[in-house]
Design a protein around this ligand. Structure first.
Ligand SMILES: [Mg+2]
Length: 196
C-alpha cells in the first residue's frame, strides 16, 4: 500500500531544538497538564504572562535550531512520489516561520497552535487529513514524542514513525522507531514505494 500523506512534527523532528520541558513546565506551573491546555484555561491576564514565559524559551530554542540531517532529501523524495506533506506543531506561527525561512522549507499545509488545535489531541492531524481529502490509513505521522503518538492514534493514523535514540521510551506503543531520518527514508522507500 502506498502512503499519500505525511504529517510531520517540527521540533525534534524537522529540526533539533534544545528544550528542557520539565524545567519549563515547572516554571509555568502546569501541575502535570499539557502546557497549552493549562495556559488556555487561565484568566486572560495570567494566560498572557504564561505565554510570555513560554515564548521566551521557544524563541531561544528557535534561534538555536539545527536542521535534522537528511530531512531535505526525505521531503524531496516524498514530493517526487507525489505525497502530500504537512507540518503540525504546537509551536507558534512566528517561530515556525523563522525556521521555515531559515532552512528554506516548504509544506503543502502548516498548522500551528494559533489554529486552536494542538496535540495531544488528534484534531490538528484530522484537520490535515480532511484538507488533503485523504483517509487516515493513507497517511503517516512522523514525530519524536508521546504527544505525536497520541494525536496520530486519536486521528486514526496507524503509520506512526518516531525519531528517537531512546527506543525504550516507546516500547509498548504501536509505532516504528528510527534513530535517524535516513533510516526512516530507507524503510519508507522499501516498504511503501517499491516499484511494482
Ligand atoms: Mg517534537
Amino acid at each position: 500500500m502506498r502512503l499519500k500523506g505525511f504529517i510531520f512534527d517540527l521540533d525534534g523532528t524537522i529540526v533539533e531544538t534544545d528544550y528542557d520541558w520539565s524545567r519549563i513546565k515547572n516554571e509555568i506551573g502546569t501541575g502535570g497538564q499539557p502546557i497549552l491546555n493549562y495556559i488556555n484555561q487561565l484568566s486572560p491576564v495570567e494566560r498572557q504572562q504564561k505565554y510570555q514565559l513560554l515564548e521566551q524559551y521557544e524563541k531561544k530554542a528557535t534561534d538555536q535550531a539545527r536542521l535534522k540531517k537528511g530531512i531535505k532529501s526525505f521531503l524531496e523524495f516524498l514530493r517526487q512520489k507525489k505525497v502530500k506533506i504537512a507540518l503540525v506543531t504546537n509551536n507558534s506561527w512566528a517561530n515556525t516561520e523563522i525556521i521555515l525561512r531559515k532552512f528554506n522549507l516548504s509544506f503543502d499545509r502548516v498548522l500551528t497552535r494559533e489554529s486552536g488545535l494542538w496535540k495531544p489531541s488528534g484534531l490538528p492531524i484530522k484537520s490535515i487529513i480532511d484538507y488533503f481529502q485523504l483517509k487516515s490509513q493513507e497517511c503517516a505521522v512522523v514525530g519524536d514524542s508521546l504527544f505525536d503518538v497520541q494525536a496520530a492514534r486519536e486521528a486514526g493514523v496507524n503509520h506512526i514513525f518516531i525519531l528517537t535514540e531512546e527506543a525504550g521510551r516507546f516500547s509498548g506503543y504501536p509505532v516504528k522507531v528510527f534513530p535517524s531520518i535516513p533510516a526512516l527514508q530507507d524503510f519508507v522507500r522499501r516498504e511503501y514505494f517499491q516499484p511494482s
